[in-house]
Design a protein around this ligand. Structure first.
Ligand SMILES: Nc1ncnc2c1ncn2[C@@H]1O[C@H](COP(=O)(O)OP(=O)(O)OP(=O)(O)O)[C@@H](O)[C@H]1O
Length: 216
């Protein structure tokens, strides 16, 4: 699965509708940025898409979902847990295979994190944790990327490094981004969420930051 066509997307909390009903079709090769103010419904939409594509996506959740007691290597390896039999994953916990170590190392090198290979996730900074979650999503190697604010803890150059790595690896993606300039630079399509509805849906080359600001 890479693109998708979803309709009837809704979410409610405590009986109150916070999202939808809305439809979202994403074609293969589209890079969609979800923008909108805090609380608009971006995270909820990403979670719904993830549920509806039945896990056939690489996911960077907002809470990252790292296992603090495990080193960076194992956290990244987790991206491919379901690609291996249980015995392989159990052996990897104690004595990882060389080919997996090399593959994870090369990814971490690209993200400027190779020196943290054996560092427990609990000892990482916020930006380092974010890059581990990004590495895990890349390592999973799905055809679709779903990411919720994957660069919110990164400074300018690192934010660009991560966005470039994600753009190179995933032809099709839906990424919630609070940085409008980055959204315009990396996405092919901007979907603006306001009060749980799609308030803007436009090709990014037809938009400027000023067109997006009314959403905030
Ligand atoms: N677990 C929850 N329980 C109750 N309400 C929730 C829950 N999760 C989200 N909401 C509500 O749903 C709405 C949409 O939240 P959501 O996290 O999707 O927004 P967002 O656009 O991702 O915001 P942010 O940019 O701050 O992450 C908000 O009003 C929020 O308060």
């Amino acid at each position: 699965m890479s693109g998708f066509e979803l309709s009837g997307l809704t979410a409610s909390f405590d009986g109150e509708r916070v999202l939808g009903p809305l439809s979202l079709d994403v074609r293969e090769g589209e890079r969609v940025a979800l923008v909108g103010k805090s609380g608009a419904g971006k995270s909820t939409l990403i979670k719904l898409i993830h549920d509806r594509v039945d896990g056939h996506a690489s996911l960077v959740p907002q809470d990252l979902g790292l296992v603090n007691g495990l080193p960076v290597f194992h956290n990244v390896f987790m991206g491919q847990l379901d690609a291996h039999p249980a015995w392989y994953n159990t052996v990897t916990l104690v004595r990882p295979f060389r080919k997996d170590k090399e593959a994870v190392k090369s990814l971490l090198r690209e993200l400027g994190m190779v020196d943290k290979f054996w560092t427990p996730a609990a000892s990482l900074s916020g930006g380092q944790r974010q890059r581990v979650a990004v590495a895990r999503a890349i390592y999973r190697n799905a055809n679709l990327l779903l990411a919720d604010e994957p660069i919110s803890a990164l400074d300018g150059p690192l934010a660009h490094l991560v966005m470039k790595a994600l753009s190179q690896r995933f032809a099709t993606s839906v990424i919630a981004l609070h940085d409008v300039e980055i959204a315009l630079a990396y996405a092919t399509r901007i979907v603006g969420i306001q009060d749980g509805q799609i308030a803007l849906d436009e090709s990014s080359d037809r938009l400027s930051a000023a067109d997006i600001m009314p959403l905030y």
